[in-house]
Design a binder for this molecule. Sequence first.
Ligand SMILES: [Zn+2]
Length: 127
Amino acid sequence: MSPEARAWLCANLAPLRKAADRHGLTHDVEALVASVQADPDGPADDELRALSRSVGGPAVVVRGIGGLPSGEVLGARMPGVGGGLPARVAYCCPSLGCGRQAARTPGGPQPWCAVSEGPMAMTTVAP
Ligand SMILES: [Zn+2]
């Protein structure tokens, strides 16, 4: 599966699981997640598209740039760091299971990777 599709899966796993529950296809979603966890490159993007379509789940939108799903915000600004230039902070998946990058709401919880089932790792991006 492409990093972009894995990022989509991570950001949309909760609504996809809910939709699959309604169609009795929970096992199919969990099987796909398990195969991505075992081999991130293994499953085809079309497998994810077909599954989401068959349960009436969210449309799989994969964007070329950075693999950011719609609605996802990359990075947060941290003023006063880096000699007056704001440093951009982004959260990335600590494993290869997901290509998602996420921002953290100030004071909010650390972004969580639904595919890797762990907290996302903070990285600083040059301004
Ligand atoms: Zn993730």
